[in-house]
Design a protein around this ligand. Structure first.
Ligand SMILES: NC(=O)c1ccc[n+]([C@@H]2O[C@H](COP(=O)([O-])OP(=O)(O)OC[C@H]3O[C@@H](n4cnc5c(N)ncnc54)[C@H](OP(=O)(O)O)[C@@H]3O)[C@@H](O)[C@H]2O)c1
Length: 230
């Protein structure tokens, strides 16, 4: 049966590829992005396909998330928290590593998914197979020996922790939630030398989302299905 999907950060990178892949298999997508009017690729998709609806949503604004959730007049099967930023990749003494940048990363990568789940979870299909997927990063794992990217790593560690807490609270409503490492992907964030195209990453992620269930809730997976350590 066709699925109804909502995704943040749908206008470029991994989010755009996930959107295209769902549409290609006949699913419906509520594609949320900060600036719909500037999202040429999404508009192009909507010309050929009536199964995409494009709406504005800034994950750094609670009002924006709340208002966006009111635009959905139907039940959805999956919430995909994809929007994210990478900033402050250097060592702790870098000039770039300042309070404002840190708060911006946490606001986007942690507060954003929290509020998205808070306002959109009431829109999840009441019948069965209700899912939430968070695009996290292996850089959020506590099991590493790297000495850089304090802001990004801590934001993805925090969102993995949120995922576990949500899984405990939502399991009695039969809503599953997992987080995923999409691979190192050739996007604006991943850069041109990354391992995977956004198409390869998206195809694999959608397979993982299909496999997700209440029995796997609370876990952190690689795009290829390998279980990762939080
Ligand atoms: N690429 C990788 O190698 C890699 C690896 C691990 C994890 N990830 C994760 O994968 C996700 C997608 O990354 P990507 O590589 O596709 O990055 P990207 O190409 O830089 O795209 C980021 C997306 O997030 C959106 N976004 C940023 N701030 C937002 C906000 N405040 N409100 C709404 N949307 C916002 C951007 O929208 P605008 O166009 O409006 O800026 C854009 O659509 C992120 O969570 C990232 O951390 C990526």
């Amino acid at each position: 049966m066709n699925k109804k999907v909502m995704i943040t950060g749908a206008n470029r990178g991994i989010g755009l590829s996930i959107t295209k892949n769902y549409l290609n298999r006949g699913d419906e997508v509520y594609a949320f992005c900060r600036s719909p009017k500037k999202s040429k690729e999404l508009y192009q998709l909507s010309k050929d396909n009536k199964k995409i609806k494009i709406y504005s949503l800034d994950v750094c604004s609670e009002d924006s998330i709340k208002n966006a959730s009111k635009l959905i007049d139907d039940y959805i099967d999956i919430i995909i928290c994809n929007a994210g930023i990478g900033s402050g990749y250097g060592g702790f003494m870098d000039d770039d590593n300042n309070q404002q940048k840190f708060l911006e990363v946490l606001n986007t990568n942690v507060v954003g998914p929290f509020l998205t789940i808070k306002y959109f979870s009431t829109k999840l299909n009441k019948v069965s197979d209700k899912k939430i997927a968070i695009i996290s990063s292996l850089m959020g794992s506590q099991h590493h020996d790297s000495s850089n990217a304090y802001f990004y790593r801590s934001s993805k560690a925090a969102v993995n922790n949120l995922m576990v807490t949500f899984s405990n609270e939502l399991s009695n409503q039969n809503i599953s939630i997992c987080s995923y490492h999409p691979g190192w992907v050739r996007t604006d964030m991943g850069g041109p030398n990354a391992d995977l195209s956004s198409e390869e990453s998206a195809k694999n992620l959608i397979k993982r989302f299909d496999e997700q269930s209440i029995t796997t809730t609370g876990r952190f997976y690689n795009y290829d299905g390998k279980l990762l350590m939080i």
